[in-house]
Ligand binder design. Sequence first.
Ligand SMILES: [Zn+2]
Length: 475
Amino acid sequence: MRILLIDIDSLRPDRLGCYGYHRNTSPCIDRLAASGVRLEHCYASDVPCCPSRSSLFSGQYGFRHGSVAHTGNRALRYPDPNRGFVDQRDRQSLPALLSQAGYRCAFISSFPTRHSAWHSLAGFDDWRDTGGAGHELAPKVFADADAWLQQHAQQEDWYCHVCFWDVHTPYRTPAEYGEPFADEPGPVWPDAETFASHLLEPGIRSALDCGWSKGGGGPRQPDPVDSLDKLIAFQNGYDTAIRYVDDHVQLLLDRLQEQGVLEETLLVITADHGEDMGEFGAYGSHCFCGPAVARVPMILHGKDLSPAVLRELYQHFDLAATLLDLAGIERPANWDARPFGIRPLAGASAGRDQVISSNLAQGIQRAVYWQESPGATPHCYLRSWDAFEHPLPEEALIDPADPRTLHTDALDEGRLRLERWHQDMPEDFEDPLLQVLAETEPARRERKERYVARLIESGRAGLLSAASREDVSTA
Ligand SMILES: [Zn+2]
C-alpha cells in the first residue's frame, strides 16, 4: 500500500469547504472528501504540535508516552528504566511498524528540528528537513516531498508524511499570491459586538496582545487586532494560507498522477490541532482545548474506501491504528489507538464513548468530549488550571449548540468522566499535566509578571484577574 499523509499544522476543519465553510479555501481537499471518508468529530488527544504528533506516532495518550508540552522535561518522552539495548517503544511507533513490514517510510518535515522532537524520527527510513523550523513556505515543502516521490512513488509499499506550516502563525503567504478572499464576506463570528467585547479582555493571546510573546505578527497577520478591518485582514491571512497549501496539495496529487500511482495511493489529510480565531478571546493561538483547537480535519481517500461521513467520536491518534489495520499489521497491545470504523477492519471502532484533549501550551487545560446520541455535536467539559489571564472559569461546559458559550452549571457528568479517565492512568503515576504545572511555575510567574506590567503600562490595569490584582498589591 502507498500512503501519502498530509499534515497541515493549525488547520481548523471548519475553515474547509467540506466541513461547511462558505469560502472556497480548499477545492482540492474538498474533492478528496467528496469521494472519500470524512470524520466529523475527530479530536487531538494532546496539544500543541509536539505532543500531538508524539501521540499520533506512538498511538498513545500523552500520559503514556510522556511528551505533553513544548518546554521542560515533559517536552521529551519518558525515560525508560527497563529499556534494553534498543528502546522497544521506538520499534512500536507507526513508522517503525510499517518499516519493519517492508514499507519505505519518509518524514518530509522540519518538525524534529523545530521542537527538538528527535523521538518522532524513530522508525522512519528517510528524513528530509524542509528547513526554516516551521517558517518555510509550501513551495519548499512541496519541492522536498516531490523529490522523494520522484524516487520512491512507484515502489510497492511506502508511507510519506508531509508537514505544511503556512497555516500556522505568522500568516505569511507571499504577496504575489494576492487576496483571493478580499471581496468575500469572512466568518460570521466574531460579530462586531463580540469583537468589541474581546478588545476589553486580557490574555496572552487576546486581540490586543496576540503577538506580544511572539515578537509581533506577520505580513498577513496584524498585531494587535484592534479594529474590525484588522480582524478581517487576520481572518483573510489564515484563509489565504489554507488556499495556498491546498494548491500545493493538488500539485502533490498531480505528481502521483504523473507517476501513475494516484489511484493506488491512500491519501490522508489531517492536522495536529486547530486554532483559536476569537474563541475565548484568543486570536491565532492553540493554547486551549475547546473545539476550535482540539478538533482536527480527518479525510481519507483511497480506492478501497467507500465514500462516507463518520459522525462518531474519534481521537486523532486512531489514524495510526487505522493505517496499521489497512496495511494488515497488528498493533501493539500498549497502544490506546483503535481503528476508525471505515470498513470491516479487525477491532474497528464505531466511535468512542468519549475523547480527551489535553493542552499544555500557554494555557493548561484538559477537556472531555462526549455525545448525547451517536453523531450529535459533542458536549465539552473544560477544566482550566491556568488560562494565562484569559477570563476562563476553572470548570465549564461548552454549549454544543454554540461552541463559544460557556456554562458553569450541570458540570457533574463531565467532571465525573474526566475523573474516571484519570483512574485509567497507571497506579502511583503522577499526571504529567500536574508535573508541568509544578515544573514551569517559576517561568510562568515571571512571564505573567511581565504581562501584568504590560497591562498596567497600557492603561488596562482594570482588566487584571483577581489573583493578579492581589499579587500586584502585595508586591
Ligand atoms: Zn502544531
